[in-house]
Write a protein that binds this ligand. Sequence first.
Ligand code: NAD
Ligand code: ZN
Length: 254
Amino acid sequence: MAFADKDDVQRLQDLLEGAEDVVIFTGAGISTESGIPDFRSPGGLWTKYKPIDFSDFMASEEMRRESWRRKFAMDRTMATAEPNRGHRAVARLVDTGKVSAVITQNVDGLHQASGIPDMQVIELHGNATYAKCLGCGLRHELDPIKEAFLADETMPICAGCGSEFMKTATISFGQSMPEAEMARAQRETLACDLFIAIGSSLVVYPAAGFPVMAKQNGCGMVILNREPTDLDQYADLVINGEIGPTLGDAVAVN
Ligand code: NAD
Ligand code: ZN
């Protein structure tokens, strides 16, 4: 396990001190310390499941069934996860007024659970803690869907419009990105003077386009990740360390 050295933490503190408007961008890496596996690390989700593409989800009832099976098989981890030191450090930065927005690829809701107002969390890939009807957009809570599905694999049907195309409120591979969130993320990225990417392998586009956009706009950039990323060459500071201890020390949060 790599820990950031004191100089790195100091440089991060200096950059934060000198910045006026910070945007924080997070990926699955910030939630691994809460027990939610990421996609690409050893033991990560991709070693177990190949993601279901949106077109396959739409085309096949069996794929929709399989996606609920997977959801509820790993739901215990997601449903009981709590924010960790990294989330708390980000929440503290938001609280000081320095961070205008947290753009996240995560679907676990842990930034909101750490106390950051919903308005300041921009979820690029949606949220897996509730479901949405693809027909009419109505929100559905997971508990009743889960109970019926686990009893005899009853598939949910939308009470609003009768559609059988119900899905966790996440963005699948091949599904179009949420327009409002993309627009807000772009606005925030272009307005900030320091962009900090945390716990993302920065290979999933269009999400990974935001750090590139920030850099092209002349803004400072920090990358905090356990291992190198594709965008390290653009960063003013790269910290290869564990997120909770590094951010916790930098912001003095336990
Ligand atoms: P990823 O799995 O591609 O990358 C995570 C990165 O974080 C890796 O480079 C890994 O080395 C690093 N990392 C993991 N734990 C760390 C730690 N404790 N300290 C420092 N670095 C750590 O994740 P991604 O780039 O976010 O993309 C995967 C996609 O999958 C996302 O877009 C998201 O939609 C989805 N996803 C979300 C969750 C979640 O909501 N928690 C979990 C898995 C996947
Ligand atoms: Zn509906």
